[in-house]
Design a protein around this ligand. Structure first.
Ligand SMILES: NC(=O)CC[C@H](N)C(=O)O
Length: 415
């Protein structure tokens, strides 16, 4: 099947389309190439965020994926170094490709330091514009996420057999541990706080740790997003980051008040093989633990629950989620293709958040140990800040654990 492009209106009768997007089901779409030349295969998903394309393209949780942006105008505010979510701003997030509706025009924004096309090229991301992204989204919605390949050849010459071969070589995300591609291999400390609006911190600068006693937090890096580290810092945490391969002994040797389990790419079950024993060791010592996205899935696996591949996943900055502890609905940032199977949760875990789009599990807390986690992204970047309270909940949990060490009661959850 070939989806019609707007080729006629672009004069492609005379100048040939420079990019092709081929889906595993045979759908072939032509468009205008940009970013890196060449061929890249990945799992095709769609993201419904209306802002924040640069944070999305640098979120390491997208490793191995091709992102279709449903918002039509991508690139018009350019790019800058501040909106990069990979901890090392030059590092690749592992995103394989991007699909845009409108042409990427010259940037117009005071924060822009570069245009999106040159930036994509420098990062090795192959992209295609001029695509009917609504039609692509409908395919993913109806058939589920599938593998795809993008080819960009400036001369418009394509070897369709080579494109197909590259697509067939891509193994898909199921069963893949992609954390080694994007997670840090070294220990490091973090002390940059959240960006502030004029009057909050200072115009357009990052904050620092608040005054007063700090919580010592060890963050496990499965593909960390910067804004998580910033929000932990602003919440009063002194953060040390350890690689995903850290053992419980490595973590406990730092005598943390709390352990944070990060977001990350790939199939949680594959990463769980080595991540779960560490988490079990930490839980055994009743160290307060907070997980986000892949970290949520890791916590679930550590208590014996199961994860499963979703049909179309959740990718966007406008998803409604209900906090079952408070009854409040929050609009959240989402990016996941696997989900925790709530029916597999043990008696010692209770569901705390659900997606109001499809009822899938979005959070849990343990009832016998101080640990909780969410499937969505409370750090946003991009997205609304409704879920920032979860960072305070983590600090309150650590406060409770300190109090209980001194004879008080352990607080699980909190407001
Ligand atoms: N953002 C994330 O941490 C994603 C988790 C996992 N890779 C998934 O797709 O479900």
């Amino acid at each position: 099947m070939t989806i019609e492009t707007n080729a006629a209106s672009r004069g492609w009768e005379e100048t040939r389309p420079t990019a092709r997007l081929l889906l595993a089901d045979g759908t072939l779409i032509e468009g205008e190439g940009l970013g890196a030349e060449g061929v890249a295969a990945g799992e095709l998903c769609f993201n419904t965020a209306m802002t924040g394309y640069q944070e999305i393209l640098t979120d390491p949780s997208y490793a191995g994926q091709i992102i279709t942006f449903t918002f039509p105008h991508i690139g018009n505010v350019g790019v800058n170094d501040d909106d990069v979510e990979t901890v090392n701003i030059a590092a690749s997030s592992g995103v394989r490709g991007a699909v845009f509706a409108a042409d990427v025009t010259a940037p117009s924004n005071w924060r822009a330091t570069r245009d999106l096309d040159a930036w994509l090229k420098a990062r090795g991301i192959v992209a295609i514009a001029g695509v009917d992204t609504r039609a692509v989204t409908a395919v993913v919605r109806e058939k589920g996420m599938q593998n795809a390949v993008i080819g960009y050849a400036p001369d418009g010459e394509f070897d369709d057999a080579a494109l197909k071969a590259e697509l067939e070589k891509f193994p898909g995300l199921e069963g893949q541990d992609l954390v080694p591609l994007v997670g840090s291999t070294q220990r490091y400390d973090w002390d940059e706080g959240a960006w502030g609006w004029p009057g909050e911190v200072a115009p357009g600068v990052y904050g620092s740790r608040p005054e007063g006693p700090q919580k010592r937090v060890v963050a496990i890096d499965y593909g960390l997003k910067r804004n998580i580290l910033r929000l932990l810092t602003s919440a009063g945490c002194e953060v040390t980051v350890l690689p995903a391969t850290a053992t419980a002994e490595d973590v406990l040797a730092l005598n943390p008040d709390g352990v944070f389990l990060s977001n990350g790419p790939g199939d949680p079950a594959a990463t769980g093989v080595y991540a779960v024993p560490m988490i079990q060791g930490v839980l055994e010592k009743k160290v307060p633990t907070f997980g986000i996205c892949l970290g949520h899935q890791m916590l679930a696996l550590a208590v014996g629950a199961k994860t499963a591949k979703m049909r179309q996943g959740h990718h966007g900055a406008n998803h409604p989620v209900k906090d079952l502890l408070t009854g409040k609905v929050e609009i959240v940032s989402m990016n996941h293709g696997f989900a925790v199977d709530r029916d597999s949760l043990p008696g010692s875990a209770r569901e705390t958040h659900v997606s109001l789009f499809d009822g899938s599990n979005c959070g849990l807390e343990l009832t016998d140990r101080p640990a909780f986690s969410v499937q969505h992204h409370p750090e946003a970047s991009p997205g609304p800040q409704d879920s920032h309270y979860l960072f305070r909940r983590f600090v309150e949990m650590m406060d409770g654990a300190v109090a209980s060490k001194g004879g008080g009661s352990t607080v699980v959850g909190g407001g």
